[in-house]
Write a new protein. Structure first.
Length: 82
C-alpha cells in the first residue's frame, strides 16, 4: 500500500515575513545604505561622462567633415538660384 501524503499546513505570510532591516544590526544596515548611495552616484557620474564623451565625438566629427559631406547634407537646391 502506498504511503499517504501528509497535508502541509499553510504558512502565515504576515507572521513569517521579516524584513532585512530587522534582521541586520543598525550599523551594518547603515553601511549598506551608504554603499548603495555611493554606487548610484558612481553610476550617475559614469553616465554623465559617457554623454559628454559622445557629444565631444559628435562635435569633432562635425568639425572634420569634408566639403562634399557638408554639401550633401545641405538642403539648398542650386537650381532655384539659377
Amino acid at each position: 500500500m502506498a504511503k499517504k501524503k501528509q497535508p502541509t499546513r499553510p504558512v502565515k505570510k504576515d507572521d513569517d515575513k521579516v524584513l532585512l532591516k530587522e534582521r541586520l544590526n543598525g550599523d551594518l544596515f547603515q553601511q549598506l545604505k551608504e554603499k548603495q548611495k555611493m554606487l548610484l552616484a558612481e553610476e550617475q557620474t559614469k553616465k554623465e561622462e559617457e554623454l559628454a564623451r559622445k557629444k565631444e565625438e559628435a562635435r569633432l566629427r562635425e568639425k572634420n567633415k569634408s566639403f562634399e559631406e557638408l554639401l550633401n547634407e545641405s538642403s539648398l537646391d542650386w537650381s532655384k538660384y539659377k
